[in-house]
Write a protein that binds this ligand. Structure first.
Ligand SMILES: Nc1ncnc2c1ncn2[C@@H]1O[C@H](COP(=O)(O)OP(=O)(O)OP(=O)(O)O)[C@@H](O)[C@H]1O
Ligand SMILES: [Mg+2]
Length: 505
């Protein structure tokens, strides 16, 4: 017999059935009239909010939520304005009777009567607290895993470098008095290892805020030629350049760009285990319109093409991700570093690849409007002697002493200050030909403040800002702050001698 829905007795039966039905649902369910007053709920709702259905009926959220200010559930009230027919889904938190705070997603849908008129709201509460906790846990674990890969890679490289330095120095001590030629070679080797350690920290810094490029007008030709030759020295890989004779200059952080190019060339070499040729093309390109991430304007486009194994299509999206690697014992950081460097130069890096044929990486760098002065580059490899009085401000005793030795060797007279106050005092009693200011002095006046005072005393002060960590805009924009030049620690005797020479002359 078909149930007679219009029969009075059956209404109670059906209500009972309805209640039994929703009581079986494990999530809290409620329904309200058009004024936002509760019409009923299920057993799970009673348990969740610690209120019996018979007490609930006729109440609104305002009545059941004691602490409205703190409890965002009262937001539901807004939804219940008469005539509102929308459906809603929102996240909020609810304090349970036992005091525990639960994160919930409340989903509400309009209820209509038999004539299709809006009659109220039905809602379900999903407690997602445990899912959220698990999610957080998973993110934490994956962060730690990433960090672990990174730390493992650094520790490995650093230990190798330190071994080289230590080994060379201990041998140097042994040979010291006996074989000066050998001593020279050992110390050079230790010096090279330190350069590698410096490069490694710089690579890591590109990922941190410290990676802000310290830009100077540079010749891409020189940069490409020296980097490629350096990376491919002693390998079975040939290389060819095709560089436009009128190639524009670029304003770049030479170390960073050289690192980016180096990483790509290294990948090219690794992709050609049986040898082959890397072709490097550099040309001027004008974009008449903005193209993807690139604004319209003049660019230098560098293409680096190999004849290697190629990259499978499904990997193309992933190769710039940190830690993505298909190589055994590789960190997978190379291309992500490239990407981050090129991006910080307002450029773009892209890739094209055909399996078994080869891969081409294409880099766009904004062209600079300034001419590049050739002489400076050749000077760089020479130690430049000089004379004059230099004030060195650094909080670290060891740095002051080694910089002092170097500058005296170069022919300068050196005085020291351990912080900005001391530097200002000394400068005001007698000006110096140049000052080298450390950017950060823990607990004292650093370079940024000091230069202001020095410029007040002597507007023509020749100051060089120095730091090991270039996250401060001062390092990339030193001139704006009144510095004449910048030097990044650790620096070689060549570098400091050239910076001083150019600042003083
Ligand atoms: N020229 C290329 N030819 C073929 N595959 C490449 C080339 N360049 C990159 N790849 C692929 O992209 C992946 C990521 O490159 P990336 O330089 O970021 O890391 P890696 O070379 O694996 O490790 P690391 O550079 O840290 O030593 C490589 O493992 C390789 O699969
Ligand atoms: Mg690589």
């Amino acid at each position: 017999m078909a149930p007679n829905t219009t029969h009075g007795n059956n209404v109670f039966e059906q209500l009972h059935l309805f209640q039994a039905l929703i009581d079986r649902v494990p999530s809290p369910i409620f329904y309200k009239d058009i004024h936002g007053c509760y019409l009923g709920c299920n057993k799970a709702f009673e348990d969740f909010l610690g209120i019996k259905q018979k007490e609930l009926i006729g109440l609104s959220d305002v009545d059941i939520i004691k602490d409205r200010q703190k409890d965002p559930l009262h937001g539901m009230v807004d939804f219940n304005i008469p005539g509102c027919v929308g459906a809603g889904k929102y996240e909020t938190s609810i304090r349970r009777p036992n005091g525990s705070e639960r994160i919930v997603i409340i989903e509400e849908a309009p209820l209509t009567d038999m004539n299709g008129n809006f009659a109220g709201i039905v809602g379900v509460i999903n407690d997602i607290t445990d899912i959220r906790i698990a999610e957080k846990e998973r993110i934490r674990v994956s962060k730690l895993e990433s960090l672990g890969v990174l730390a493992g890679g650094i520790a490995h490289d650093f230990n190798n470098i330190l071994t080289m330095i230590l080994g060379n120095i201990s041998l140097a001590k042994i040979y010291g008095g006996v074989n000066t030629e050998k001593l020279q070679r050992l110390l050079e080797s230790a010096e090279q290892a330190i350069t590698r350690a410096k490069d490694l920290t710089r690579q890591l810094l590109t990922f941190s805020k410290g990676g802000t490029p310290v830009k100077k007008v540079a010749s891409i030709r020189d940069l490409l030629e020296s980097t490629v030759a350096f990376v491919l020295a002693g390998t079975a890989i040939n290389y060819e350049f095709d560089i436009a004779p009128d190639l524009s200059t670029v304003e770049v952080d030479e170390n960073q760009i050289s690192q980016a190019i180096g990483n790509i060339v290294l990948n090219a070499q690794q992709a050609m285990p049986n040898g082959g040729t890397v072709r490097i093309i550099a040309e001027n390109i004008t974009l008449a319109n903005a193209d993807g991430p690139l604004k319209k304007g003049d660019y230098v486009r560098i293409s680096i093409r190999d004849q290697g194994i190629g990259i499978p299509e499904e990997y193309l999206d992933a190769i710039f991700d940190p830690y993505f690697t298909t190589k055994e014992k590789a960190g997978g950081l190379g291309l992500s570093i490239c990407y981050s460097i090129i991006q910080r130069h307002q450029g773009h890096i892209g890739v094209e690849s055909t399996l078994g044929v080869g891969t081409t990486f294409v880099i766009y760098l904004p062209a600079a409007q300034t001419e590049y002065r050739e002489e400076k580059q050749t000077e760089k490899t020479m130690v430049m002697n000089g004379n004059g009085r230099i004030l060195v401000m650094d909080d670290e005793e060891t740095i002051r002493s080694i910089v002092g030795d170097i500058l005296q060797y170069l022919g300068y007279t050196v005085d020291f200050a351990k912080d900005g106050e001391e530097a200002v005092d000394m400068y005001s009693s007698r000006p110096y030909d140049a000052v080298i200011l450390d950017l950060t002095i823990p607990g004292g006046m650093g370079g940024k403040e000091t230069i202001k005072h020095l410029r007040a005393i002597d507007p023509a002060v020749k100051a060089i800002v120095s730091s090991g960590y270039s996250n401060d805009p001062i390092m990339s924009d030193f001139a704006k702050y009144g510095f004449k030049d910048v030097i990044i620690k650790p620096y070689t005797i060549h570098e400091i001698s050239n910076v001083l020479k150019s600042v003083i002359s």
